[in-house]
Structures are given as C-alpha cells and as structure tokens.
Design a protein around this ligand. Structure first.
Ligand code: ATR
Length: 292
C-alpha cells in the first residue's frame, strides 16, 4: 500500500466475526491507490453481542463506509437509517455508507454477480435459469434473475421447503419471472435445454472440494453456462462437470471483485475506472493461482 495517511484520510472497513481471512482490505486499498482516493480500509473484528455498539461507535468516529460479512448481514439491518430496495428484498446488507441521518445499507452481492456475468457475456434476460441452493447467497442470485428478467427460475435445493419459500418470495416481487422451487433430485423433470445454472451452495467449496450437489453428466448437458459463486478451489467439481459437457463456466472471483468495486463506488462516491478494475482483477487472479 502506497498511500500516505494524513489529517484528511477517510476510514472504511469490513466488520465480521471471524474477519482475519477477509480479502476486502486488499481490494479496497488497491482501488483507493489506483483511483487516488484518500481513504484507508481496515478489517474490524466485531462480535455479535457488540454489533449495535460497534455501529454507533463507527458513526461517531465518522467511519465513511463499512462492508458487513458473516454473521452480521441480517442483524445489522436493525441499526440503519435506511435500507435500499434490493437489500430489503434479499434480507441482507453487505455495505454501509455514512449519511447525515445514520448509515444507509445496500447489498452489492447481487449487483456484483450481475457485473461479473456481463463481463463473461452471460445474459439472464429471457433465459431459463437454475439456481442450486436456497440459502443466503441464493437470495441475492434469485433477486438478480428477477431484476434481469429471466423468464423462468428453478431453485433446486436439498431441503424442498427452503426452495419453495425463496421461490414464493421472489415470485411476489417480479411479475416477468416465474420462480419455482424443487428438491435437487427433481432436476430429472427439467425438460428444457440451454439453462444458465448458478451454483450457490458450499458443497464443492474447500474443505468439501471435489464434490457437487449434482454429479450426473446428463444434468450438465442441459446447460449453456454454469457459474459457481465459490472461488476456493478456483475450479470446482461443478465447473469441471459443466466444462466437460461443453458449456461455458466461471467461478466466483469476479463476483467477489465486483461486489467490492460496487461497494467502493458507494462508499467513496466515485466511478471506478476500467483500468483500476483490470488491475485488481489481475492481482486477485494471481493470488488465487498461487494458492491453487
Ligand atoms: P449461504 O448464506 O452462503 O448461501 P447457507 O445459508 O448456509 O449459506 O446456505 C447453504 C445452501 O447450501 C443451502 O441451500 C443448503 O441446503 P439446505 O437448505 O438443504 O440446508 C445448501 N447445502 C449446504 N450443504 C449442502 C450439501 N452437503 N448438500 C446439498 N446442499 C447443501
């Protein structure tokens, strides 16, 4: 990090528990340098029982923006002056921006995934989409599908009730997209082709790498693209199977990158340049290739 801290330096950070593994400081400090923004970004370890105190204290300290990670993404919503539409619908906030009346909350995960898909020339508009999983991450993915006007979204999940609850919630929000929830094994009833599939479960992520929620090649033959939001390992079993079936595939590194870019833009009120995005993309890819 090359920037000099002086009397005008703004402070931003990421709150979570644990927080030591976070990549956000590396991304945000890189962007601050690349964009010439006088801001520094720190990991901030906050325990659940001290969340409210932490938010109040941060406001008093004029901390300009914070990212919010596990386990605070839902609980933090009680401490905010305003929550934007997407974050409210998804039920989770990952970005706070300091305003006159308190912190305003946003969710940049779904926007980040949208930007990542555009980067990969994968479009959801008018498409049939399959979402694997119905947890917190799947909410953001489902919201993006509705926002981007996918025609039909099938949520496949181990626990049927979680899939149908999410499908009903999203169906009520988006008139142009039909959502339906099924048990994972009911994939055999899907009779379309060229689906875009987005994998949101942790089954396939380290330490469960080498696994996928569906391992039957016949499933993957139905896909035109398979996106995994997991980035550790860089190539998941889901991605291997998608690729073997001849479909386009990518991991979650770009989603991670763009949710941070979007958060940086909100916190610092600037538009990150293409050059800065390219720079941080290279750094992240290097980091993950060294780890693999
Ligand atoms: P996140 O917030 O990261 O999405 P989560 O809310 O714990 O994490 O959601 C995890 C998702 O992965 C859920 O859809 C979960 O399925 P259930 O609803 O049945 O719990 C799914 N998942 C986790 N482990 C799984 C496994 N071993 N096999 C299949 N699905 C799994």
């Amino acid at each position: 990090m090359s920037h000099v801290i002086d009397g005008h330096t703004k402070l931003c950070g990421v709150i979570g528990d644990p927080i030591a593994h976070t990549l956000s400081p590396a991304i945000h400090n890189y962007l601050a340098d690349a964009m010439g923004v006088n801001m520094t970004y720190m990991p901030l370890h906050v325990k659940a029982e001290q969340l409210q105190e932490a938010i109040k204290g941060a406001y008093g300290l004029h901390i300009q923006g914070m990212n919010v990670t596990v386990p605070h993404k839902q609980a933090v919503m009680d401490s905010l002056a305003h929550i934007d539409e997407g974050a409210l619908a998804i039920g989770a906030v990952n970005t706070l921006v300091r305003k006159e009346d308190g912190y305003h909350g946003y969710n940049t995960d779904w926007i980040g995934l949208g930007r990542a898909l555009r980067d990969q020339s994968i479009s959801l508009e008018g498409k049939e989409v399959i979402i694997l999983g119905a947890g917190g991450a799947a909410q953001a993915v489902a919201y993006l599908c509705g926002y981007e006007k996918a025609t039909k979204v099938t949520i496949l999940n181990r626990t049927l009730a979680n899939a149908t609850t999410l499908a009903k919630k999203m169906d009520a929000l988006f008139a142009d997209t039909a959502f339906c929830g099924l048990e994972t094994k009911a994939w055999t009833t899907l009779d379309g082709e060229g689906y875009v599939c987005i994998q949101t479960t942790s089954w396939g992520m380290v330490p469960n790498d080498g696994k996928a929620v569906i391992e039957d090649m016949d499933f993957y033959k139905k896909l035109s693209a398979g996106v995994d939001i997991v980035y550790k390992p860089r190539v998941t079993k889901f991605m291997e199977l998608t690729k073997a079936a001849g479909a386009k595939t990518c991991n979650g590194i770009l989603m991670l990158l763009y949710q941070a870019v979007e958060a940086f833009e909100l916190m610092n009120d600037v538009k990150v340049t293409k050059e800065a995005v390219a720079g941080i993309k290279m750094q992240l890819e290097e980091k993950f290739s060294n780890e693999a």
